[in-house]
Design a protein around this ligand. Structure first.
Ligand code: ZN
Length: 405
């Protein structure tokens, strides 16, 4: 192989091709460095001592696994008198066992192929593939642009049932661009500590923060973002209402005898789904169940009533009147969960109606984003590597296709 071909196909420069060996299914190219210089002062007045022979996996030629073999040297610089190990320019870090060109190809293929498929194709350990991608993502998201961020969303997401892992991640996003700004461990103020440092110079730019009613986040925002209005957005209110509805269903089911229990079994999603998305027969079933189980029927109707406020209210004044009315009816149903929801709405009315004052934040994308994270968690490698998982969350907005990744 010519030295020029080695450069153009494998991006190896400054080395000379010496010989070629074939072993099993491997092609091994022995190469030699042309010139040696000091890593520090770049002087070429150096003394060399061969240390050991290394083999580095490169891009394959056809079906043959390809390696470059060379001697690594200890260098003594006669000019600056420093001792050092020769620096290999086609490796991303000194201990890497694959070339940078192969690493780049792995990263490019990751948008189309799973970790295991890439590992199998290049005959690499899957951890090698994962670590290559991890390093790439870490570099890509090292600096987050915060200059033009005005509206953010803070959300905690349940990610693990395992004891040794953090159960929750807190994700901060720019709700206008969709970019992930921060991923923290846990779900309290401690999850935002690092973010606090990052935003020190730009925190006055933040105009609105969408979030749920977590006390820790409310406190954090009022202490750290002096100009931001707190918004309890559509997505979080409906999520909370769905939780209440689910509590009613569970309470009722536990008090029923077995025949009635059967009627409600596996109907959780029938109640949680938006009515207009139901097929006609599902809609009929829902109507019947609403009549049979009055409290559940009331809760289900009140959820729809709440959703319709978001569809119909044109400004915060209209919304507030509708919410007051909703709370009044909710209490009349005498369903305890609905009364609780009414209390919560009244207590947080300012933040709830802020949704209209801040031009109805793009919370739909928030729900979609949480679904993407859940999808990421279901992927093969379980993301036991917490750091890798974190960088994958940063990369989620760039993910276009739902494939096995
Ligand atoms: Zn030197």
């Amino acid at each position: 192989m010519s030295t020029s071909l080695m450069y153009h196909t494998q991006q190896i420069r400054g080395f000379q091709h010496i010989s070629l060996k074939f072993e099993d299914n491997k092609v091994i190219q022995c190469i030699k460095r042309k010139n040696f210089t000091c890593n520090f002062c770049r002087s070429s007045k150096v003394k060399l001592k061969p240390l050991r022979i290394r083999q580095i996996q490169a891009l394959p030629y056809g079906l043959k696994k390809t390696y470059f073999e060379f001697t690594i040297h200890r260098i003594y610089c006669l000019k600056c008198k420093r001792r050092q190990i020769e620096d290999i320019p086609f490796l991303s870090h000194p201990k890497s066992r694959i070339t940078q060109a192969l690493e780049r190809t792995i990263v490019e293929l990751r948008s189309e192929m799973s970790i295991s498929a890439i590992a199998k194709y290049f005959d690499l350990d899957w951890r090698t593939v994962k670590n290559v991608e991890k390093r790439y993502l870490k570099k890509k998201f090292r600096r987050i642009k915060l200059k033009n961020v005005r509206i953010i969303g803070i959300d905690e997401i349940f990610v693990s049932r395992k004891k040794e892992n953090e159960k929750y991640k807190t994700v901060v996003r720019d709700l206008e661009s969709g970019a992930v700004l921060h991923v923290g461990n846990g779900k309290g103020a401690e999850a935002l500590e690092q973010f606090e440092n990052t935003i020190r110079c730009v925190k006055r730019n933040f105009e609105a923060v969408a979030m749920d009613m977590s006390r820790a986040f409310i406190k954090w925002v009022s202490e750290n973002l002096p100009n931001a209005e707190i918004v309890f957005d559509h997505f979080h209110i409906i999520k909370m209402m769905n939780e209440k509805l689910d509590n009613v269903r569970r309470r009722i089911t536990s008090n029923l005898d077995d025949n009635y229990k059967k009627l409600l079994k596996n109907q959780r999603f029938l109640f949680l789904r938006s009515v207009e998305k139901l097929e006609p027969d599902a809609k009929l079933l829902l109507d019947n169940l609403r009549k049979t189980f009055k409290e559940l029927g009331d809760a289900s109707m009140m959820k729809e009533a709440l959703r319709s406020i978001y569809r119909k209210a044109e400004d915060d004044t209209q919304a507030e009147a509708a919410f007051i009315n909703w709370c009044f009816i909710a209490r009349q149903t005498e369903v305890p969960e609905l009364a609780k929801m009414a209390d919560t709405i009244e207590k947080h009315m300012k933040g709830i109606t802020a949704y209209w004052r801040t031009g109805k934040l793009s919370n739909a994308s928030m729900e979609g984003f949480n679904n993407k994270i859940r999808w990421l968690m279901r992927q093969a490698y379980g993301y036991r590597d917490e750091e890798y998982f974190k960088w994958k969350i940063f990369d989620l907005p760039n993910l276009k296709i739902k494939k096995q990744l």
